[in-house]
Design a protein around this ligand. Sequence first.
Ligand SMILES: [Zn+2]
Length: 254
Amino acid sequence: MNDKDLLRYGRHIMLPEIDFEGQEKLLAARVLIIGVGGLGSPVALYLAASGIGQIIIADHDKVELNNLQRQIAHDENGLGQSKVSSCANRMKQINSKINIVPLDVKLSGEQLLSQVAEVDIVVDCTDNLTTRFEINQACVTHNKWLVSAAAIRWEGQISVYHCGDKDSPCYHCCYGLGAGGSKEPEQNCSTSGVVSPVVGVMGSLQAIEVIKLILSQGDSLISRVLLFDALSMQWESMQLPKNPDCPVCGHIND
Ligand SMILES: [Zn+2]
């Protein structure tokens, strides 16, 4: 780190949990953010500002007017642009020193697997179950941390998964069919609506968990789900059990 870096990251460095060493770890980290909408916007902006050295952002959508109510990485100048270029531009304006890799694709199959293999942590900021299950499978395959959140109406939830830890469930353990998963028609922000800052809260929490995992500091949300109800302003934390018969992670640690 040079003098400008010390100045830029000074508020991190003065924290005993981060210090020079921790900031060096953040600068050396590689994170994949899938989806740069409501959740992905604050994740991408805070991780860029925090000095995560390499950030890969993947999204295949374009910026539309109805995104601007909550997707704060984008603005009116970006309407019609790909979300990843709009988001990457904003990230570079905040921090030109880090390496940002925009992928204007719907990450899936081999490409998803190879991108997941290259990073330390995956942040799921998507809004549909099929993609969430596929991202989970890729993270289990490559034994990567998965920081997953969701927001709808006035509510949000966030968890961290890591199947390398013996007792940690994967996303499928908790939300797959037959494991307490919902059989109701899928709901997301597009169909049910969401209060703008709720995605900001949940995305910011995802960024915090990423930073803690890189630093190996504090207690992560591994094996737990944190639920947020903005209307009642209540938080609730619940344990998430591993499903020994999970088709995705059940064979691990046998
Ligand atoms: Zn599982």
